[in-house]
Design a protein around this ligand. Structure first.
Ligand code: CDP
Length: 203
């Protein structure tokens, strides 16, 4: 059985939380594609050339504990604008999307570029302030010393860069279901995602 769920949206929209819950609900595998770009960004900060880093990524690179920091997020968004870097990461994502047993991928271009044939597509968003607030709390809980204003600036800068790049810009696929989580609890956002996917499954 092949069934791909594409979950795209701007920075810190809650894609990760929703994707994990959706994958657990359906028993599907989950790939956080942002981690691929973050791992490349991490290596660039360490002095490696971006394309060389993308071509040599290993599974261990994806578990680097610093990948979630705002510095790495910014570096990720910069390398993500390089077409050759995106191309180097495409085959892996496409193979994951079409694996048997079902797959959930979250990112920016899953429904538009990586897997336009995905059976269900969600575009998860929220206001920049709400997204920055959630990310700020996550970072503080994780022990990072950070300021709300800096997190808000990171979120806005990355959205701007991600939406305006020429290659695979962040935008909803025409056939995606929009979920605005600004006023939703985590439980309600997950329930809305599952309802939208069930509607596609039963169509
Ligand atoms: O968790 P958050 O939403 O803050 O970011 P992420 O999903 O980990 O993605 C980090 C950066 O990687 C984004 O700002 C994008 O520039 C890039 N990215 C991308 O271009 N395409 C994807 N499919 C996933 C991430």
């Amino acid at each position: 059985m092949r069934f791909t769920i594409a979950i795209d949206g701007p920075a810190a929209a809650g894609k990760g939380t929703i994707s994990k819950a959706v994958a657990a609900h359906y028993g599907f595998a989950h790939l956080d594609t942002g981690l691929l770009y973050r791992a490349v960004g991490r290596k660039v900060l360490d002095g490696v050339e971006a394309l060389a880093a993308a071509e040599a990524l290993t599974p261990e690179d994806l578990s680097d504990p610093t990948l979630r920091t705002p510095d790495v997020a910014q570096a990720a968004s910069k390398v993500a604008a390089i077409p050759e870097v995106r191309a180097a990461l495409t085959d892996f994502q496409r193979a994951f999307a079409r694996r048997s047993g079902g797959a959930v991928l979250d990112g920016r271009d899953i429904g538009t570029v990586i897997c336009p044939e995905a059976e269900a597509k969600l575009f998860v968003t929220a206001s920049a302030e709400v997204r920055a607030e959630r990310r700020f709390r996550e970072l503080v809980t994780g022990g990072h010393d950070t300021r709300f204003d800096d997190v808000l600036r990171d979120v806005k800068e990355r959205d701007e860069r991600d939406m305006n790049r020429a290659d695979a810009p962040l935008k909803p696929a025409v056939d995606s279901v929009l979920i605005d989580t600004s006023a939703l609890s985590i439980e309600d956002a997950i329930a809305a995602a599952i309802a939208a996917i069930d509607a596609r499954k039963n169509a």
